[in-house]
Design a binder for this molecule. Structure first.
Ligand code: FAD
Length: 322
């Protein structure tokens, strides 16, 4: 029997986010040939997304466009997603394991009485069963899980599953009128977008991260310069955030963001387990630390024992030449 899988899309500044293409691929990995792929696109001024949406390889795209949906709001988005679920009647729902997905997914699961597997890093088909892998114990181990029943909800960790091929037949579009809920919390102050970095931290291919070793807010400047030269983003340990050297939006780790870049450059970070939980799945880890005994070297692919204020500008200078 064929299934329907619904992907809840995320977009920003008139373009679908990379995690949406990864979710679409995750939907393909979770389905068989005759299954239907549906996409929910929620927001305001969705006309801006026409070009991105035309490249989506799906049977149907549901759009809900309303000024209340301009910014993420849990009640408003849940209402809109539930409207799409009523129309699509999916067997499975996939979201990114992002700030929005982490908030929305459990509410959806509770509403539709679904089982949920969160923070999925790999999807395989084993003996005709779709097996989802997710890290546990702060990334020290992995567990493999299968769903015994439908409906189900999955969130996927950004940067782990390849993005879907964007060439395909044009999907059928269906506009749904937003049924505004009776009680709705509203944002009475502006939503302030963090503009410190040019590249989104959770989607960056290269992350240059600073710890307490950077010693001050100014100490992050050489890291930002290196990140700019490499086209990457700057991250931080909680040590650096707690010391007020940078904003908490940069924090990576168990209680911060989880990143999986191609290259993670840890500068002046000791490598506490809570930090490692947020970056251990990076493809290549480079550690710069003046203490040769720092635990970060145990997980690093490349280690430089030295003063970050000497090493980082040297790296920037060399990469500028390349
Ligand atoms: P430190 O441990 O102080 O390390 C600084 C490092 O910089 C040292 O290794 C030192 O040798 C090196 N250094 C100093 N000067 C230089 C220099 N000039 N050049 C090169 N190296 C230099 N932490 C997180 O990061 N993320 C989390 O999400 C997180 N969640 C937590 C949750 C809980 C419940 C708890 C209890 C803790 C959590 N922590 C988290 C905190 C974590 O335990 C560590 O305290 C923190 O990661 C340490 O930050 P740090 O490595 O920057 O600082």
């Amino acid at each position: 029997m064929s299934k329907t899988i619904l992907v809840v899309a995320e977009h920003r500044d008139g373009a679908l986010r990379q995690v949406t293409y990864e979710s679409l691929h995750a939907a393909t990995l979770s389905s068989t040939e005759n299954d239907q792929l549906h996409v929910a696109v929620i927001g305001h001024s969705l006309d801006n997304l026409t070009e991105s949406l035309s490249s989506i390889n799906a049977e149907k795209i549901y759009l809900i466009d309303h000024p209340d949906l301009q910014q993420y709001n849990p009640e408003a988005y849940l209402t809109a997603v539930m409207q799409v679920i009523d129309a699509s009647n999916p067997d499975g729902i996939i979201l990114g394991h992002t700030a929005i997905g982490r908030d929305l997914a459990p509410m959806i699961s509770a509403k539709i009485n679904a089982g949920q597997i969160s923070d999925v890093t790999n999807i395989e088909n084993i003996d005709e069963q779709v097996v989802y892998t997710r890290p546990i114990y702060a990334g020290k181990a992995f567990e493999k899980k299968v769903f015994q029943s439908t409906p189900w909800v999955v969130t996927i960790r950004p940067n782990n599953i390849a993005g879907a091929d964007s060439s395909g037949e044009k999907a059928e579009m269906e506009h749904i009128e937003y049924a505004k809920p009776a009680s709705l919390r509203t944002v009475i102050k502006d939503v302030v977008q963090n503009t410190s970095g040019k590249v989104d931290l959770s989607e960056a291919k290269i992350v240059v991260s600073g710890g307490r070793g950077v010693k001050s807010a100014d100490g992050f400047k050489p890291l930002q310069e290196l990140a700019d030269v490499l086209g990457g983003a700057v991250g931080a340990s909680r040590g650096a955030c707690d010391a007020d050297y940078c904003d908490y939006s940069l924090q990576i780790g168990q209680t911060g963001k989880v990143v999986t870049p191609e290259i993670y450059i840890a500068c002046g970070i000791s490598g506490a387990i809570q930090h490692v939980a947020g970056m251990s799945q990076s493809k290549i880890i480079v550690a710069i630390n003046k203490d040769p005994e720092a635990p970060i070297f145990k997980i690093a692919d490349y280690g430089i024992v030295g003063d970050l204020f000497e090493v980082v500008p040297l790296l920037t200078k060399e990469f500028k030449k390349a």
